[in-house]
Structure formats: C-alpha cells, structure tokens
Design a protein around this ligand. Sequence first.
Ligand SMILES: Nc1nc2c(c(=O)[nH]1)N[C@H]1C(S)=C(S)[C@@H](COP(=O)(O)O)O[C@H]1N2
Ligand SMILES: [Mo]
Length: 213
Amino acid sequence: MADESKLTRTKQLWAQTGKFLTGHTTRPETDRLPPGQHLVNNWPILDLGQTPNVPRERWRLDVGGSVENTVSWDWSTFAAQPQVQKTTDIHCVTSWSRYDNAWEGISTHHLLDVVMPREDAAFVLFTSNDGYTTNMAIEDFASPDAMLVHSWQGEPLPLEHGGPVRVVVPHLYFWKSAKWIRKIEFVPRDQLGFWEVRGYHNHADPWLEERYS
Ligand SMILES: Nc1nc2c(c(=O)[nH]1)N[C@H]1C(S)=C(S)[C@@H](COP(=O)(O)O)O[C@H]1N2
Ligand SMILES: [Mo]
C-alpha cells in the first residue's frame, strides 16, 4: 500500500501482539487523587501509639444499640459470615493517599442485614481496643464499599494496621476507619469521636476537603 509507512507497520504489529494491553482500565490520575493529596506507595502507620495485641482466639466484636438483633461475635462466628473482596483507595487527612488496597472481610451491608438497625438509628459509633473512637452517619456506614476487614493483599491484616479486624470506609478520610475494632453502636444522636472532638471535620469527605471543622 502506498501509505504504509514504517511507523504504520510497526503500530500494526503492536496491535497484533497486544502491546500496551494491561488487562485493566484506569481512570486518569487527576480523577482519582482528591484535592490536596499526594500518592504514596508505602502504607504509613498512624495511631495513638498504643498497639493492642488481641489474638484471633480472644477477639470479640459487639454490635448493638438501637438494633433488632444485638450480636457479640467471636472470631469463628465472624469468619463464618459471607466474605467479600474489594480493592479501594485510602485517603489520609495528613495528605497521603494509597491506591489499590485489596481487602477481604465482610461488607457493612451484611452486618446491617444481620443486626437490623431500628428506625431511629441515624448514627454509628465505633470503639476500638486502644480506646480510639470515631463516628459517622448510618448512610456513610452503609456505603457499598464499606467493610470490616481481616486481610490486606491476601495476608492477615498486620497488627499495626488494626488487625485482627478494622473498619474500612474508603469514601471518607482514613481517621474514620477504626483499627482494632471492638464495638459498633447504632444510635439516634451523633456523638463526636477522638479526632472529631479535636477539630477534625465530622463528615470527612476527601473530595470536598472536609479536613477540619
Ligand atoms: N483504633 C484506632 N483506629 C484508628 C486510629 C487510631 O489511633 N486508633 N487512627 C486513625 C487515623 S488518624 C488514621 S490516618 C488511620 C491510619 O491507619 P493506618 O495506620 O493503618 O494507616 O487509622 C485511623 N484509625
Ligand atoms: Mo489520620
């Protein structure tokens, strides 16, 4: 063919061999990184400095308050719940973001199906084994990506990142994702948690830069 330059032939060869095909689609970085954030490849550890070591054999999660069914799960009961895997991004208020964290655990949707919050349950309060607390509206807890996770990248969640089980609510800044979760309460009235009392924003949407109140 007259218009068949060397480059055209090269590109045709690439098409035949599938060059640059990665098998997954990505959004442009600008669509994925919230304002004021920068990307990291490591996973920083941020907490109050206490690392409670509760092995799976002694682990318990109490879920109660304004619900039809209060539950107190030990490890084997938790592990027997339907498991889901999701890959989501982390956005910390201290300005780092970490992409593509592969979590495994139970969805908050499943927990909501089990406990059945009453009509007046508008907020969710979290208490952790290090004394940390945080809070959110039940609509945020019910986000389709929100989970109680026990594994990260196919391995048990490291102790320093909240193992055996932490909350992950990826559409909010990461301080809302309680490590070492011990208790979840559904309540009619909101109650500010550890950082919310100290001036952090009560809602914490990274896309709206809801960092401080
Ligand atoms: N139990 C508990 N959960 C916690 C915290 C904490 O101090 N204790 N810190 C929060 C904050 S401010 C952040 S940024 C993330 C950090 O989680 P990581 O250490 O796994 O990165 O955990 C959140 N959850
Ligand atoms: Mo944080």
